[in-house]
Design a protein around this ligand. Structure first.
Ligand code: AHR
Length: 524
């Protein structure tokens, strides 16, 4: 990276330099060239790439979403109004529930009927706390209705029976005069619900049963046979690989590829890359900033590799790659239950989210859905709550800024980025994506500057686009790399208008500030 020092040395010589103080964070901008080809549509950006995940884990469901009808916290049928409103503003396309690892020990019949009569269980994975089953199928479906989002229900293959899974699907989706549909009616719901997505096992290589792919492929096929379509086709998702495990994908595609609609993939970004000490969510320095962004960018290579394996068996790309768990996983906040996975969320995490979206767009021909872990109070959350208080995280704001890309066409984009270097590591300083609304012709361009100190001058040539107007530009940045929002200072990191942009002679020009995310709207 060109620094203030190297630049000044060239311009005015070393002697004069000695009299000039180095001003931290003010090195001269680098130069970035981008070509956007509006004549080429590379893929469609499925809105489900902006999906979410809420598990019975820590304070995600209980306290974060469900407070019960008698709570003093304003709620509708037990679900907090502030959280629903904040999430509605993100246009959430799909919500995955009830796990995660919890899904493979969840017995759905414990979560229906009068709440005071529901049996309790121990949540063995997450803190060993007592789960009272007050949030069950009806409450989840109510949440989906309040959010106006699709339901992705994760079934229990690890410790549940085939009949149990079959009955759950019938309970939720059958309109017949059948035992399970009638049980649903007895519990107050006449109409079947739409369940658009169903997961047949979660992390079956680990917490979901410690299986080998050869064994799981057969078990998957057996369970999946009994996931019936009572109405619209339910999109079935098989458990996929952990990070780089290409063999899992290979075996699953070979042995069960024709029996699934989607195959999942889990990859988490650990700041240190070490599960024993993942690194703190705040209070870190530039080493951790660099290693976190570097680890996040691995998602690109991981998707490329899994896609190549899937292409061998499915060249027409019928099976979707479903990244149903991703995000930053840090050490928990000091003093909190280690099993609750409660972590703060900083500007760094916002950049991780934006980098992921740019990568998911690039792989949109194969990536059909992605679900960040998790919605409230767990891992890279959108929202943090403390009793009646709620705060939107920097990651929330990335979802809010990027929602314009949902359901748009991905345009061809070539990027010649300078490198951001630190501590012997190097990553591209700029990441970018461009999509076009197929109805209005408006192009949305999103840009990320990974350098914590150096701005970059962007010159983006637009081929096949005659527009001259840039509207509604917004930027997310902050004073520090670990800047975050707290209950006392909830608006410390939030988007601001960004208008220092020109669009003339098919060239978009702007200076992208250090450690920032910018989203622009180009009008035809
Ligand atoms: O999201 C937290 C946990 O991470 C999920 O329960 C599990 O599937 C994964 O290991």
């Amino acid at each position: 990276m060109q620094t203030m020092t190297t630049l000044l040395r060239g311009a005015i010589g070393t002697a004069a330099l000695l009299t000039l103080p180095y001003v931290h964070g003010q090195s001269s901008p680098s130069m970035t060239d981008i070509q956007i080809d509006a004549n080429t549509v590379e893929a469609h950006v499925h809105p489900e790439i902006y999906g979410h995940f809420a598990e019975h884990l820590g304070r995600c469901i209980y306290g974060g979403i469900w407070v019960g009808e008698d709570s003093d916290i304003p709620n509708t049928n037990g679900i907090r109004n502030d959280v629903v409103q904040a999430l509605r503003d993100l246009d959430i396309p799909v919500l995955r529930w009830p796990g995660g690892c919890f899904a493979d020990e969840y017995h759905w019949r414990d979560g229906i009927g009068p709440r005071e009569e529901r049996p309790a269980m121990i949540n063995t994975h997450w803190g060993g706390v007592t789960e009272n089953n007050h949030f069950g199928t009806h409450e989840f479906m109510e949440l989906c209705e309040q959010l106006d989002t699709d339901a992705y229900v994760a079934g229990n293959l690890g410790s549940g029976t085939i009949q149990e899974m079959m009955n759950w699907v019938e309970y939720m989706t059958s309109d017949a005069d059948s035992p399970m549909a009638n049980l649903r009616r007895e519990n107050g719901r006449d109409e079947p619900w739409d369940v658009q997505y169903f997961g047949v096992g979660n992390e079956s290589w680990g917490c979901g049963g410690s299986m080998r792919p050869e064994y799981y492929a057969d078990v998957y096929r057996r369970y999946n046979t009994f996931v019936k379509d009572y109405g619209d086709h339910i999109y079935r998702i098989a458990c996929g690989a952990n990070g780089d495990d290409l063999n899992w994908t290979d075996v699953m595609m070979d042995r069960a590829g024709r029996n699934m609609d989607g195959l999942s993939l889990h990859y988490y970004t650990l700041p240190t890359g070490n599960w024993g000490d993942k690194g703190p969510a705040t209070g870190f320095g530039e080493d951790a900033w660099m290693s976190t962004l570097n680890n996040a960018l691995r998602m690109d290579e991981i998707l490329t590799n899994h896609s190549a394996v899937m292409d061998k068996y499915d060249p027409d790309k019928k099976v979707g790659l479903i990244v149903d768990e991703w995000g930053v996983w840090t050490n928990v906040e000091p003093g909190t239950n280690p099993g609750f996975l409660y972590q703060q969320n900083s500007l760094r995490d916002a950049l991780v989210a934006a980098l992921h979206f740019n990568i998911f767009h690039k792989h949109a021909d194969r990536v059909r859905m992605a679900n960040i872990a998790q919605t409230v109070n767990v891992l890279q959350a959108m929202l943090l709550t403390d009793g009646p208080k709620m705060v939107k995280t920097p990651t929330y704001w990335v979802f809010e800024m990027y929602k314009v890309h949902q359901d748009e066409d991905l345009l061809g984009l070539e990027l010649d980025s300078p490198e951001y270097e630190h501590n012997g590591q190097s990553i591209p300083q700029v990441s970018a994506t461009a999509t076009r609304n197929p109805e209005t012709g408006v192009i949305h361009v999103s840009l990320v500057n990974t350098s914590p100190e150096q701005a970059t001058k962007i010159a983006a040539k637009l081929e096949g686009f005659e527009g001259k107007t840039v509207k509604n530009g917004r930027i997310l940045t902050a004073d520090a790399i670990d800047a975050h929002n707290t209950f006392d200072d909830p608006e410390h990191v939030q988007p601001k208008p960004f208008s220092a942009v020109t669009l003339e002679d098919h060239e978009l020009a702007l200076t992208l500030p250090a450690k920032s995310i910018v989203v622009l709207e180009l009008h035809p």
